[in-house]
Design a protein around this ligand. Sequence first.
Ligand code: B12
Ligand code: SF4
Length: 578
Amino acid sequence: MATSAWRSPAQRHRIDANMKILFVYPYCLEDRIDSEDVKAVPIGLYYVAAMLKENGYDTEIMNWHDLRRTPDSISAVLMDKKPDVIGFSVLHANRWGAIEIARIAKGLNPQVKIVFGGVGATTLWHHLLTHFKEIDYVILGEGETGFFHLIQAIEKGDGVEPEAIHGIAYRKQGGPVKTAEAEAVRDLDRLPDPSRFFTFQHVSSTRGCPKNCTFCGSPRFWGKAVRFHSPAYFVRQLERLARKGVSFFYFSDDTFTIDSRRTIDICNKIIEKKLGITWAAISHVDYINEDILPWMRKAGCIQISFGVESGSEKIRKLFGKPIKTERLIEAFTLTRAYGIMPRAYFIYGSPGETLKTIEQSIDLMDQIKPLGAIFYILDVFPGTALYQDFKKRNHATDDIWLERIEDIMYFQTDPHLSQDQILDFGRRLRAGFYEKLPKFVEQIDLVDREDFRGLHADFLSRLAMTFSHGDYAAIAAIKGKEVIAESLYRRSLGYFPNRRAYLGLGMIYQMRRDFEKSTAILAEGLNRFPDSDLLTVCQGINWMNRGDYRTALSFFNKFPFSPGAAGYIDECHRLLGK
Ligand code: B12
Ligand code: SF4
């Protein structure tokens, strides 16, 4: 039996019968202005935890991405939870967070076992075990089986023999060693479904990517052979999560659409089960075609992100991503035509980047006409070909990570690039995109299909909403947002009655204080959607502004519990002198 110093002997007896395993998703080194990219617990952590739960272990996940960095609050939680084992999910940027928490945990209870897993831990296992004595084990790669076997061994308590467990690393006679490579889980459906135990929004139906981009850690981590969940397993997972209230999902597969037949099968099942969900996927332009897109759209897909990386074919080639510009254009055009928002990932600050290549990226935008774009500075992550090259060029070792840094940006390693230049490149790319976006929106050319009229109305009104009230609304560099939104809402209604479009127009006219026009469009909307509380309340506001408080009340009173309605009801009564 493993023993734990957290507890009294009596408690120990009870809890050791069922070891307490705490999983921690630690905070990054630097604070983020926008926590979107770091706040979600890695999907794999749910899988590893589900494996343990399925086998009866007392397991809990702590999302500590935003934990205040006070040792006291960490200690307080650890003293309360009293884990026997702590498993950390380590990407690169959060490794120092994991080390700090591990140190505190060991200080409180030297017997607690500290296990690191995840992409960051796997790629730097040797470095981590060499320099950080608080780490006992690293699980290499896919975590479910290795971690489960390790826990079983720890539980037995009579001295763990790590050699027998495949796919882990540990210290032997003071030095880091790893055991034989673990076999990949061939049939992913055999893994306990984490949706039975947890609620989450990021899902993944495959593991692996057949491509080999030099800046990406995925090929080495997962291998090039792609493994799949069956459509039945995956859709069952979505269904369970939808029943728990998740209505929007991120399909986080490296390349969700890699197998067309399977993609269609998944979409068909989502449609048959009437899940009523929406989702965003990641894909590769090589795996997009006109067979799958209609199914994806009908099954709720509203966005596909593609790695475009650069407008320079030379840079794309250098990245090991030799996509032809024509292919990019075709994939973006098709995606847009089916009413799915095509989003482009661009990378800048790459080897050979100059003002000219940046201009090529901006020119490429004109050809692919993305409706969303994300711009990243090229980072050099361990586990990538780019990192191997960096080490060679700079005679560097992994010891570079002893510095308290989150990452190394490529430009910092290349004398041809300076920070000022990179910042300027980023500004130009963003400015280029925002300047062109209104034109891209104007040029949206949707497939002419009767069965897509409702979906097109939904797509256009959704896009309009980003300009009137969503992400784009907050960006000063985009000109004429309100007019763009208005025209998109109008276009939406040209396809099919859509409550979002009626509401959007109603609100735009209200903002312009054109209450008559707003009343008219909302009346049209309410004619179609009399059960809409948002349209009704918005109409009430029009009547208030027009000084007719009795009519306004008649609207508010239909949905008194709708957000804001109670306040308006009180205000009308006050103005009516009641
Ligand atoms: C989806 C995704 C995201 C989503 C996150 C969704 C989520 N909640 O997981 C979003 C968009 C938010 C995101 C953000 C970022 N990501 Co990302 N992301 C991915 C992607 C494409 C898939 C991750 C995934 O779901 N894998 C499938 C699941 C099953 O695997 P998993 O979570 O890794 O877990 C398994 C193992 O790692 C291990 N494991 C994990 N944790 C633990 C813990 C323990 C205790 C154990 C035993 C095992 C274990 O076992 C699990 C099951 O087998 C990967 C690429 C890839 N295919 O892995 C990149 C990837 C992980 N991301 C990467 C990067 C760079 C980022 C960003 C920094 C991007 C940016 N510039 O902002 C941010 C920052 C994230 C952060 N927290 O710091 C890099 C990481 C490189 C590195 N060494 O750190 C990757 C590898 C892609 C790449 N370019 O190389 N990402
Ligand atoms: S960037 Fe995308 S396509 Fe390239 S290797 Fe990584 S996951 Fe695969």
